[in-house]
Design a protein around this ligand. Structure first.
Ligand SMILES: *C1O[C@H](CO)[C@@H](O)[C@H](O)[C@H]1NC(C)=O
Ligand SMILES: *[C@@H]1O[C@H](CO)[C@@H](O)[C@H](O)[C@H]1NC(C)=O
Length: 498
């Protein structure tokens, strides 16, 4: 009976509901179903839709990750990781000579992906790819059996799917988060599942990998808008990889970790898990098939994309009427956005705060009429004009504007000194899953970003390998292309505190 209470409330109905013995009940449990699914999913179950979408995710994660290898937060993570040596070496993206033990390669490459907050966002909200791909590529380079591109693609999708399933265990997860940063909660589980898949673990070991990873889950949202936020993705990648490797060595955790309110349920107020069934007869239904991800057009929190689009439109309206855009014309700017403390920051003082500031993004879009990586360099942020504009910004949070990436909108109203008003509203920005980035624009974002780090052969190599990944004999060829740099490999993007 001691064991039974250990496995928690969720199990009770199995034990007292007239089912079989304890062993049987556990086999019927939710965690066991995940273990079996992770182990059992096979390449023929990948549909065309899922293959296409996941290739776009991989390419985008690599592009923003390459650019992220030129940031201060990446350099700090790298300097730390280089303190560790081992014979197993995995590539560091964007570095021609450097290798690290897989655990640290997964870490630094994961940090790179989220260093500018430029990576993909799913619904319910998390950044799915950055937690998984760095772990898989680091692991693949050290496995003696040399995984194929198809092995990588399948493991990647397993890691994404597990994140999607876990986020559907709570209605709280559907809103812009308030307590935990989701990649630190579901990302580490996705990385563990993906790594377990690539390692070929047994169903029970896959379940234990999830249990072990759950003990590395969770990071408080207070570290959003700081240099520590990118570490959440790096940590998810490496801790998931570590969990799978420990499970492979036979380490065990609670085999009912997902079934339990005191297990994975601690991260949500309304946890209600369900099984992940894979049957050989029926087609497996991937979440990615129905729910696409959003790809970002600016290196900032997803919420900023609505603000920027609405601000640019309001600016155009003002310019059309007044003939020009002049700061002194503006009396007040009102942003109507969802309530979210996490991205409401009237006077950001660091680049990471600026990425999480409705006010900053609205103002710099109004002022500059464009959005670039350098919008938030120290010099750009310290401009007197920007500070003046920021002081004219008011934020309202209308009741019909919920804090959900699926339902929110942004309205920008510019009121002029002459009493005119110009209003623009964005319901769905370009790049959102309802208005997906075209393949051309996705490739363009990758090429432009990756070219700032890699030579042409590297850029084209990555595009070619990801585009044909299911036919690639050894997936680690991707890592070779990710190291074909051009020019100096030092930090380029300012990520200093102001
Ligand atoms: C929003 O802020 C982020 C971070 O500072 C910046 O990268 C982005 O370019 C900004 N958008 C605009 C329109 O300024
Ligand atoms: C990366 O791509 C984005 C989107 O196309 C673009 O705005 C940005 O300027 C690119 N970054 C660099 C360094 O080229």
């Amino acid at each position: 009976f001691l064991n039974i209470s250990l496995y928690g409330i969720k199990y009770k109905h199995f034990f007292w509901g007239g089912g079989g013995g304890v062993k049987e009940s556990l086999d019927a449990g939710i965690t066991a179903s995940f273990g079996a699914a992770i182990h059992g999913l096979s390449p023929p179950q990948l549909t065309d839709g899922v293959i296409n979408r996941s290739k776009r995710m991989m390419l985008d994660a690599l592009g923003v990750g390459l650019m992220g290898t030129r940031t201060a937060v990446f350099n700090k993570a790298l300097a730390y990781s280089q303190m560790f040596r081992s014979d197993e070496r995995s590539s560091v993206w964007g570095k021609s000579e450097l290798t690290l033990p897989p655990y640290y390669a997964a870490f630094v490459n994961g940090v790179a992906v989220h260093s500018m907050d430029f990576d993909d966002t799913w619904h319910p909200a998390t950044h799915p790819s950055g937690a998984v791909l760095p772990a898989l590529l680091a692991l693949a380079e050290t496995l003696p059996r040399r995984p194929s591109g198809l092995d990588l693609l399948l493991a990647f999708n397993v890691g994404i799917e597990v994140q999607g399933r876990l986020m559907r265990f709570s209605s709280e997860a559907y809103n812009i988060p308030e307590r935990f940063h989701p990649p630190s909660v579901v990302g580490v589980m996705g990385s563990a599942a993906a790594s377990a898949k690539l390692l070929g673990l047994s169903p029970a070991q896959c379940a234990h990998a999830l249990a072990i990873a759950a003990s590395s889950a969770g990071a408080p949202l207070a570290n959003a808008a700081t240099q520590t936020k990118p570490l959440h993705i790096g940590n998810a990648a490496r801790k998931g990889l570590e969990a799978a490797q420990l499970a492979w060595l036979g380490l065990e955790g609670n085999p009912a970790i997902l079934d339990n309110n005191c297990g994975f349920g601690v991260y949500y107020k309304d946890y209600s898990p369900s099984a992940m069934a894979v049957s050989a007869s029926a087609d497996f239904k991937w979440i990615l098939e129905d729910q696409d991800v959003a790809f970002k057009r600016i290196p900032a929190h997803l919420g900023m994309h609505w603000v920027v689009d609405a601000a640019l439109e309001a600016r155009a309206k003002l310019e059309n009427t007044a003939g020009n855009f002049d700061l002194s014309q503006i009396r007040q700017v009102t942003l109507r956005v969802p309530p979210s403390k996490y991205v409401d920051c009237p006077f950001p003082t660091t680049e990471h705060q600026a990425r999480h500031s409705f006010q900053f993004n609205g103002s710099s879009a109004l002022l500059d009429n464009e959005v670039t990586v350098s919008s938030f360099s120290r010099a750009q942020m310290n401009r007197p004009a920007l500070k003046e504009l920021l002081s004219k910004v008011e934020v309202e949070t209308p009741e019909d504007n919920p804090p959900s990436f699926d339902k929110m909108y942004c309205e920008v109203e510019i009121e002029t000194e002459r009493g005119q008003s110009h209003v623009a509203r964005c319901n769905t920005f370009y790049g959102h899953w309802r208005k997906p980035l075209s393949q051309e624009d996705l490739l363009d974002k990758f090429s432009v970003n990756a070219s700032s780090v890699l030579c042409t052969e590297g850029v084209e190599g990555v595009i070619d390998v990801v585009g044909n990944i299911e036919r690639v004999r050894e997936c680690s060829v991707l890592s070779s292309y990710l190291r074909m740099t051009s020019g100096p490999e030092e930090q380029r993007y300012s990520t200093r505190s102001l």
